[in-house]
Write a protein that binds this ligand. Structure first.
Ligand code: 6GU
Length: 225
C-alpha cells in the first residue's frame, strides 16, 4: 500500500520509522511518503494560511499550495482523506475498507481547516472522504492521520506478524476485548482468574465472551444496541 501525507509539520510523522510500521516500511509492505506543504508555496514567507472570508477567529489554509501539492501527489485511483472534526466518524469497519485501498493521500489541515474549494475541486476527479476520529477537537489533522495510518496499516496483510492477533481484538467482533493476564499467577496478592489456568478451552472461551459482554455493557452500552 502507498500512503502520502501532506502537512506543514512533517516531523509529526517521524515516529512512522519505528515499531511495526517502521518494519513494514523496511520490508516494502508500506510505501509511506511524508511531504511538507510549504514545498508548494512560492512567496518568501512560504505562506499557507490567510484570514477567513466572512470574518471570524482563526486562519484558513489557502487553496493554492494544496492544489499544487495534490496535483503532483494524487494518482488516478488514490483515495484523498481530509482529517476533520467535521467529517464522518472513523471506526474499525472504515479502517478495514481503507486497508483494501492501493493508495491513500492524507491532507492534514491546521488552523480552522482548508479552503472548502480544495475538497470540492478534487472531488470532481477523485474519491474524497473527510474523516473525524471522534467528538473532540485536535489542533490539526496530523495526530488524526497518524491514528488512521496505524489502524489501517496493521490490517494490511503481512504488517502484523501473527494474523490471529487481529481476530480477538476490541471492535473486531463488535464487542470490547476481554482482559488478558500473563505470569506470575499471583502478583501483589492478585490472582489470575482460575478458569484461565484450567486448560479447559471451552470454559475459557465462554468466560472470555462473558467478560467481553460485561465490559461492553459497562463502558460502551451503545455497541450492544
Ligand atoms: Cl480528524 N481533526 C481535528 N482537527 N480534530 C479532530 C479530528 C480530526 N478528529 C477528532 N477531532
Amino acid at each position: 500500500m502507498r500512503v502520502d501525507i501532506v502537512s506543514i509539520f512533517p516531523a509529526f510523522f517521524d515516529v512512522l520509522d519505528v515499531s511495526l510500521i517502521g518494519k513494514a516500511r523496511d520490508r516494502g509492505l508500506l510505501d509511506i511518503r511524508v511531504h511538507d506543504l510549504r514545498a508548494w508555496t512560492h512567496d518568501r514567507h512560504r505562506t499557507v494560511d490567510d484570514t477567513p472570508y466572512g470574518g471570524g477567529a482563526g486562519m484558513v489554509m489557502k487553496p493554492e499550495p494544496w492544489g499544487e501539492a495534490l496535483d503532483e501527489i494524487l494518482t488516478p485511483d488514490a483515495l484523498l482523506i481530509v482529517p476533520s472534526p467535521a467529517g464522518e466518524r472513523f471506526a474499525q469497519p472504515l479502517a478495514r475498507a481503507l486497508a483494501d485501498e492501493a493508495h491513500l493521500v492524507f491532507a492534514c489541515g491546521r488552523y480552522e481547516g482548508i479552503d472548502q474549494r480544495v475538497v470540492d475541486h478534487f472531488a470532481a476527479t477523485h474519491r474524497v472522504r473527510s474523516i473525524s476520529l471522534g467528538d473532540y477537537v485536535l489542533n490539526g489533522g496530523e495526530v488524526a492521520a497518524m491514528a488512521m495510518v496505524e489502524a489501517v496499516s496493521r490490517l494490511v496483510p503481512g504488517v502484523v506478524g501473527n494474523p490471529e492477533s487481529l481476530v480477538e481484538e476490541s471492535h473486531e467482533s463488535g464487542l470490547l476485548e476481554y482482559p488478558s493476564y500473563t505470569k506470575p499467577a499471583t502478583w501483589r496478592g492478585h490472582e489470575v482468574p482460575p478458569v484461565l489456568l484450567s486448560g479447559n478451552h471451552g470454559e475459557i472461551a465462554r468466560w472470555r465472551r462473558e467478560q467481553s459482554v460485561a465490559r461492553t455493557r459497562m463502558h460502551r452500552p451503545d455497541l450492544l444496541d
